[in-house]
Ligand binder design. Structure first.
Ligand code: SAM
Length: 510
């Protein structure tokens, strides 16, 4: 392996249209219908009950990441971005702008209560309204996500179980979707109350002003997750929530949304704990780790937000050399290139909020234009990915291209980690080697041989390895400086952090 670094640039060909945006913009909203007679009285009574019961003064602390649905849109190549060259790199700490005048109207989950005369009006505008937000992330990345959100200007973001909570305005919600590399989705709390029975869930859903966000012109999916909930059947709870939403919209507007479990326009998450139910509007849609560039190839690819999390936890300096010697389809190293260039994680993908009522596409385009203006067009950081499998390197190169990076941005090579030499005299090695069922017993000496290479050639390198094999440090005969608990999907893993100073090798040799 050579140490000379080619000039690295981003592809900057212009595209003619933004197909992604065009395909996801919502249809105009419908105004609320007038009611009369018994139905009106019933609705009025429920409205009164809602005003009494909606308290919204607690956040749920635990939200399991709801299942995601793969759609054909995942594999479609995103529209070419309209980037403009810029001197600045990644966005630095900044506060989200205040709400655009034509932001979404209030929901019952907002921190500042809407004025009562504006209730139920899908088109009412409230400026600088703030919302309670929960951003789930992979277990183990909560603190790193809080730090990322703080750095983006969300000062009150705090780590919670499997995510972060914060308050922000609608612009902030769009910005988290666009910029966060670690969050899995951005959920806006729209209702919360104690529940005893499934019918309480129906009431809660019925009494939430969904018409501010969506109606019969959108399709709907409801997901339910729970921690220590005493409810008998989560499926039935899910049905009750869905019925409450649909009944309300039918009563208010004469029509209810169709259910689409595969590619819904609007997605609602019901979370249940021991005593209460919380309803969230999902503003992300597909999980945020889907950046839009991945080809469905490669052996056990790591999720993009976990890759970004590994880089964050490793303390990688985006100006310093980075090597992934088990790079597979290139996720960690491509994610690193985007970080170093300041490419916002969500710049090419569509989001659920684009399909909701009152989506202000002009405001959204302004936010994206501002983000694009910060993207650097040159990258001088040595980024290297190696894999034994030529098919993996082929997939990595295709992903590199699909991520709109020029071939010289990252050096991908077919090589055996046991022989790969460092591309510089110091740097970071961040990797996701094979583990679990994929590794045969006979491969155990891989660790011994690889560790010999690390000890002999990687002085001054920070070595970071994610693995579900808790015996890995013993197999490498290296003492980790840190073992950070992390989940890779369902696998309980550790990020083992080793500082390869010459002493560690000498100590091992005694
Ligand atoms: C868990 S996968 C890495 C997945 C990768 N993080 C991604 O997102 O696509 C492990 C990779 O290690 C590669 N591998 C196994 N033994 C190797 C060796 N001795 N040297 C280099 N790569 C090896 C496999 O081909 C596989 O692609």
């Amino acid at each position: 392996m050579t140490t000379s670094q080619p000039k690295k640039t981003l592809t900057l060909k212009k595209k003619s249209s933004d197909a992604t945006e065009a395909s996801t913009s919502g249809r105009p909203g419908h105004g609320p219908r007038k009611r009369s007679g018994a139905r009106a009285r019933l609705v009025a009574q429920r409205e009164l009950t809602r005003r009494k019961t909606d308290t919204f003064d607690t956040f749920e602390a635990e939200l399991a990441d709801a299942p995601t649905v793969d759609t054909s849109a995942d594999t479609a190549r995103p529209a070419k971005p309209e980037w403009s060259p810029a001197a600045e790199r990644a966005p630095t700490r900044r506060r989200p702008a205040t709400d655009h005048p034509s932001q979404h109207a209030a929901t019952s989950g907002v921190v500042r209560r809407p004025r009562s005369d504006a209730r139920n009006s899908p088109s009412r505008i409230r400026v600088a309204e703030t919302f309670r937000v929960f951003t789930p992330c992979p277990h183990g990345l909560e603190e790193a996500l809080a730090a990322e959100l703080n750095a983006l200007g969300f000062d009150d973001a705090v780590a919670d179980r499997a995510g972060c909570r914060l308050t922000t305005d609608w612009s902030g919600i769009l910005r988290i979707n666009l910029y966060s590399r670690l969050a899995t989705r951005v959920l806006v709390q729209v209702a919360h109350r104690p529940v005893n029975t499934e019918n309480d869930i129906l009431d809660l859903a019925y009494n939430t002003p969904w018409e501010r966000w969506f109606g019969a012109e959108q399709t709907l999916r409801v997901d339910t997750s729970a921690i220590r909930s005493p409810m008998q059947s989560l499926q039935y709870c899910n049905l009750r929530a869905k019925d409450g939403i649909c009944d309300r919209l039918r009563d208010k507007e004469g029509q209810r949304p169709d259910i689409d479990t595969v590619r819904p326009d609007a997605r609602v998450h019901l979370f249940l704990d021991e005593t209460s139910a919380t309803l969230y509007l999902d503003t992300s849609g597909e999980s945020l780790f889907k950046r839009g560039w991945r080809l469905d190839k490669g052996e056990a690819p790591i999720r993009e937000n976990l890759a970004a999390g590994l880089l964050a936890l490793s303390g990688w300096d985006p100006n310093a050399p980075l090597l992934d010697p088990f790079c597979g389809s290139g996720t960690i190293i491509i994610e690193a290139a985007w970080i170093a260039l300041g490419v916002p994680a969500g710049i090419w993908r569509p989001f659920a909020f684009e399909r909701l009522r009152n989506h202000d596409d002009r405001h959204w385009k302004d936010i994206k234009a501002e983000a694009r203006a910060r993207i650097a067009t040159r990258l001088d950081t040595p980024l290297v990915g190696c894999d034994l499998n030529p098919a993996a390197i082929d997939a990595a190169k295709q992903n590199l291209d699909r991520a709109w990076l020029t071939p010289d941005t990252i050096r991908f090579e077919v090589a055996d980690a046991r022989n790969v030499l460092p591309p510089a005299d110091h740097g970071w090695l961040v990797t996701n080697p094979p583990y679990g069922e994929r590794l045969e017993d006979s491969d155990d000496d891989l660790w011994w041989q690889w560790s010999q290479n690390l000890k002999q050639n990687y002085s001054n390198w920070h070595v970071n390895i994610i693995s579900s094999d808790l015996e890995l440090p013993q197999k490498l005969r290296l003492k980790p400086r840190r073992r950070i608990p992390l989940h890779n999907g369902a696998l309980d893993c550790r990020l083992f952090v080793f500082d390869m100073v010459k002493e560690s090798y000498r100590r091992e040799k005694k």
